[in-house]
Write a protein that binds this ligand. Structure first.
Ligand code: ZN
Length: 247
């Protein structure tokens, strides 16, 4: 997102012609280029957890609506055995995805805008509702799993509603094509899991998936997650899936 002071906005618009649109920011006018294959599309990205959640037990344990029942606002998330936190993995991969989507012309809505030890949340109900009001085209919630089962590794894609199944199978296909193995520890064994206990999925009224990129407790998966080339491979696969889903 390019931000310009209001004073230069008119000049920028005059120069840019009809391929520019104007939105409102906090004290700034925002000028956003809308060229590109994803121009006009809106994607919600949800980087799971927040780095500071463990510092705010009262706030993150508060029960919030989760879709017919209540759940804690948020959880701390998991980590690799060497201590690389899930919140940081999800933040780094999500930002790689965001930058690629924006370069393709998409508008990206993030559910959090920091990865900080001094911050917590947002709660899962807010993550679930993101993109509902002025409906976004789709939402991808990005996580890493934390299974201690021996040898457990690989990714899986979780969805709730039938309207999200196509997005789920597309994300699975693109991760497979990028040589990521399907999880070997999830019932069904096909890399897809349908669940009704997650507020992020339950409260969403747009096509939404939650992807567990791998098992952070697996040395094999952790090697990929803790390397920048590995995270870029995840991001490229997710971007390919989002592009294919928006055709
Ligand atoms: Zn998670």
């Amino acid at each position: 997102m390019r931000r310009l002071p209001i004073a230069v906005l008119g000049a920028a618009l005059a120069l840019a012609g009809p391929s520019w649109t104007v939105g409102r920011g906090e004290g700034h006018a925002q000028v956003q280029e809308i060229e590109g294959p994803l121009a006009g599309r809106v994607v919600v990205l949800d980087p799971g957890h927040q780095l500071g959640n463990h510092n705010f037990p009262k706030q993150i344990n508060r029960p919030v609506p989760a879709g017919g029942f209540r759940k804690p606002c948020n959880t701390t998330g998991t980590a690799t055995n060497a201590g690389y936190p899930e919140a940081t993995l999800t933040w780094q991969v999500t930002n790689l995805v965001r930058r690629r989507l924006e370069a393709l012309g998409a508008t990206v809505v993030m559910t959090r805008d920091s990865n900080s030890e001094r911050e917590w949340g947002p709660c899962v109900d807010e993550r679930g509702r993101a993109g509902n009001r002025r409906p976004a085209d789709l939402k991808v919630s990005i996580h890493g799993d934390g299974s201690y089962a021996a040898g457990a590794h690989g990714f899986h894609v979780i969805y709730r509603y039938a309207g999200s199944r196509s997005l789920a199978t597309t994300v699975r296909a693109r991760l497979r094509r990028a040589s990521f193995p399907v999880a070997n520890y999830i019932a069904g064994g096909d890399g897809l899991d349908r669940r009704s206990d997650l507020a992020t999925l339950n409260l969403s009224r747009i096509p939404t998936v939650l992807v567990e990129l791998g098992n952070m407790r697996s040395a094999r998966d952790a090697r990929v997650m803790t390397s920048r080339p590995g995270r870029i491979r995840y991001a490229d696969a997710l971007v390919a899936a989002i592009r294919a889903s928006l055709r």
